[in-house]
Design a protein around this ligand. Sequence first.
Ligand SMILES: NC(=O)c1ccc[n+]([C@@H]2O[C@H](COP(=O)([O-])OP(=O)(O)OC[C@H]3O[C@@H](n4cnc5c(N)ncnc54)[C@H](OP(=O)(O)O)[C@@H]3O)[C@@H](O)[C@H]2O)c1
Length: 242
Amino acid sequence: MTPQNLTGKVALVTGGSRGIGMAIAAGMVAEGMHVAITGRNDAHLLAAKHKIGDSGPGRLETIEADVRRHEDVERTIDTVVLAYGGLDVLVNNAGIGIFTHVADMTPEQWASTIDTNLTGVYNCCHLAIPQLRKRGGGYIINVSSLAGKNAFVGAAAYCASKAGLNAFSEALMLEVRQENIRVTYVMPGSVATGFSGGDEQKGADWKIGAADIGQIVLDLLHMDPRTLPSRIEVRPSRPPAK
Ligand SMILES: NC(=O)c1ccc[n+]([C@@H]2O[C@H](COP(=O)([O-])OP(=O)(O)OC[C@H]3O[C@@H](n4cnc5c(N)ncnc54)[C@H](OP(=O)(O)O)[C@@H]3O)[C@@H](O)[C@H]2O)c1
């Protein structure tokens, strides 16, 4: 991958139907990349396709698929390769947050958090790496969270899933770096999205913009292949004083 030119490169962005994933996909399409986005809800995917529309020279495919389901991810990778001829970039962005105390958290809520935020990333990496190898290398970008290093009350499952994702990303980076596959994990603080049922307008004046995470992803992809910023922390510049 040349540092400056992303035109025609192929990316899969999981959870690209809303929030950060949609902003990442929009930035890529504007750069001329061919992008596939996934999500569990077809209506969200169609709305994203409408919003991203013809925002750039790149193409956009939508695929209804749940990252928790290995067979869904298998179908996703096959669809991307059939549509675009290969895969260069995987962005593991799909994630959920269920914020409740451990004593009140159901086994289903726990499993859903770990299955989405951690096992889902394994599913995508496991199935994408052979495709990246076929291209002679590629890039995997994992959207983690500052919650993976800064624990807080009511977030045990979420914090554990993101701390696990950080460790997974570091081990994978060491595993595939000699094959020209770079791995970065990005750890944002509060981003203005509807994450976990929140109101994306609330705090939009001080939170990180989803488009800013999209910009960070593009900056990583533009980075000279000899260099790897493997862990990125990003936070609001001026959060309200507590
Ligand atoms: N917002 C923040 O403050 C913040 C901060 C740090 C990190 N993050 C991380 O950033 C990522 C994106 O969050 P966001 O704020 O953009 O949230 P969001 O607006 O809720 O978007 C989440 C996206 O993931 C998809 N998704 C959820 N579960 C999925 C599954 N099992 N399979 C496939 N797609 C799935 C959703 O689509 P469907 O619901 O239609 O499936 C949606 O497209 C997450 O990993 C989150 O942990 C967010």
